[in-house]
Design a protein around this ligand. Structure first.
Ligand code: AMP
Length: 527
């Protein structure tokens, strides 16, 4: 099928030709005609399937006639994270370049005043995270009475992140006579039930997930000692061994505190690295992402929340500095490489404290990951090899909150247990207060002061792209200014917690007990 058979306007087709899009993806083929007919849609599709264009393209055509009135957006797209919202906004710019639609992006960490000013001028498309939208609504800055087209994107993630009550509140503020498009990567019964609450006689469209990373990504694991210094040295070993074939890489850490420490350590060792995590002010996050996408940054050290769902097509390598606490995050992480049929490489560091997490991960992906005997070295014999096997991403039905990740502190030698038991134990151990999961409100309160503060910081400088670049660049984000130092954890804690900030918190607050930091003698580690 061709794009011009879908019923899209000539201007929209022209924008697609400019982008080099030749044929619609399956979700686009199925969704676009239905949306253009004005029907509600319940769509099952993951990121990477072309889903964004699947709803953006027909929306542009539907909205082409008419204009948004002051504070009364004509359409609304709800996204679970700021980065995803920003990505959708970029899609509108790309696909709508021959239209004169106006849009506003309402996300935490950006200036409320600027967002109010844009809303005041009237917008056709409002792209928002639920918390910031409700905040502006409560300030009387938005009226949703004219919003006749609603998109709830990534519904499963909204549910996971605890945003559904906010989403329900928002939906109740919209006129009942509207068109609603509801997308989710999976359609578990609870998500379907929610969808049915929001939708009227929807057409169900569904596509298979994109090729499993297991088919396109070579996966390897390296055992290291548990102390952070050894882990960082092992990471550098892997990086050095891979440097020739590495175009750009994401390095995932379980805790945002470690994101900061690893990023600083890499910089100190002369690598072209930057950090991306929830503590950074939004403009700094966006700027870092932009530079990474433009190949100005080669290594991006990040947390799961900051990097999830990002569409960065050229990542050649993914490094897991830690075994993820939530096994599903592993699939998301390595899925950042090997995209669109390209091949990619994924490496993971594992310590003796990770047995429980590894057991849970292997259960999820249906096999073991081949181990290396050293960075760049040979693989060692392992029972079942994953390569070529079909990974089986599975979504847990229960919310996997930041608490799980917060509980990633090593605590003695674990015995292999089932994932639910492991997670339950971790949650219990974390003992974070319930308010931690209510943090979107706090995100929404991100003030101009925060933005102004970010503006005061030294601007990101261009890297020369060489591995052995000078290591003396100015830090470019709030978190970088913490007191983290080699081998020591940064204990600085933000005054107000935001939802994605909660992810990296240690269960011990500012105090890290001595036993956690104690180095284990090498002799003890040799089994
Ligand atoms: P999404 O699943 O919406 O995140 O899209 C994944 C990537 O596919 C994005 O980089 C899009 O620009 C790209 N894309 C979407 N639709 C098409 C298409 N029909 N042809 C080529 N690329 C596409």
């Amino acid at each position: 099928m061709k794009f011009d058979e879908l019923g899209l306007r000539a201007e929209t087709l022209r924008a697609l030709t400019d982008l080099g899009y030749e044929t619609p993806t399956p979700i686009q083929e199925k969704a676009i005609p239905v949306v253009l007919m004005g029907r509600d849609v319940m769509g099952v599709a993951q990121t990477g399937t072309g889903k964004t264009a699947g709803f953006t393209l027909p929306m542009i055509d539907i909205l082409a006639e008419g204009r948004g009135r002051a504070r009364m957006p004509r359409s609304l797209i709800l996204e679970p994270t700021r980065e995803l919202a920003a990505q959708v906004a970029e899609s509108f710019d790309r696909y709508g370049k021959y239209h004169r639609l106006t849009k506003a992006l309402l996300i935490g960490g950006e200036s409320v005043k600027d967002q109010q000013a844009v809303l005041q001028r009237g917008v056709d498309v409002l792209i928002a995270t639920p918390g910031r939208l409700l905040d502006l609504f409560e300030r009387g800055q938005i009226l949703l009475a004219d919003t006749k087209l609603l998109v709830i994107d990534e519904a499963d993630r909204m549910l996971d992140m605890g945003f559904m009550p906010d989403v329900e509140r928002i939906v109740n503020l919209l006129p009942p006579l509207r068109q609603t498009l509801f997308f989710s990567a999976t359609m578990a019964p609870e998500i379907r039930k929610l969808g049915n609450k929001f939708l009227h006689n929807p057409k169900e469209v569904s596509v298979a997930p994109p090729a499993s990373p297991a088919q396109t990504v070579t996966q390897r694991m390296l055992r290291t000692h548990t102390d952070p210094k050894s882990k960082r040295a092992a990471l550098r070993g892997l990086l050095d061994a891979e440097m020739d074939s590495l175009t750009s890489a994401l390095i995932f850490c379980n805790r945002k505190r470690d994101v900061d420490v690893v990023y600083k350590s890499l910089k100190r060792h002369g690598y072209n690295a930057e950090a991306l995590h929830g503590d950074m002010a939004q403009p700094a996050r966006m700027e870092t992402l932009r530079r990474f996408k433009n190949d100005e940054i080669r290594l991006l050290v990040c947390s799961d929340v900051a990097a999830r769902g990002l569409d960065i097509p050229r990542v050649s390598h993914v490094f897991n500095f830690d075994v993820p606490v939530n096994s599903e995050d592993y699939v998301h992480r390595i899925g950042r490489t090997g995209r669109a049929g390209r091949s990619g490489k994924a490496f993971m560091l594992a310590t003796r404290d990770d047995e429980k997490l590894l057991a849970s991960l292997y259960k999820l992906i249906g096999g073991n990951i081949q181990e290396l005997d050293s960075p760049g070295g040979e693989t060692v014999e392992t029972p079942a090899v994953l390569e070529g096997a079909e990974a089986k991403p599975r979504r847990s039905r229960k919310r996997r909150s930041g608490r799980d990740e917060a509980a990633a502190e090593p605590r003695g030698r674990p015995t292999p247990r089932s994932e639910p038991a492991a997670v339950a134990e971790a949650v219990e151990a974390a003992e974070l207060p319930a308010e931690e999961t209510q943090a979107e409100e706090l995100e929404a309160q991100a003030t101009e002061a925060e933005v102004a503060q970010a503006a005061d910081k030294p601007k990101a400088t261009r890297s020369d792209g060489k591995r052995k670049a000078a290591a003396s660049k100015a830090p470019q984000n709030k978190a970088s200014e913490g007191k983290a130092s080699e081998g020591k954890a940064s204990g600085s804690k933000p005054a107000g917690r935001k939802r994605d900030e909660a992810v990296g918190e240690t269960p011990f607050g500012d105090h890290v007990p001595a036993f956690i930091l104690r180095e284990v003698p090498a002799a003890v580690l040799e089994h």
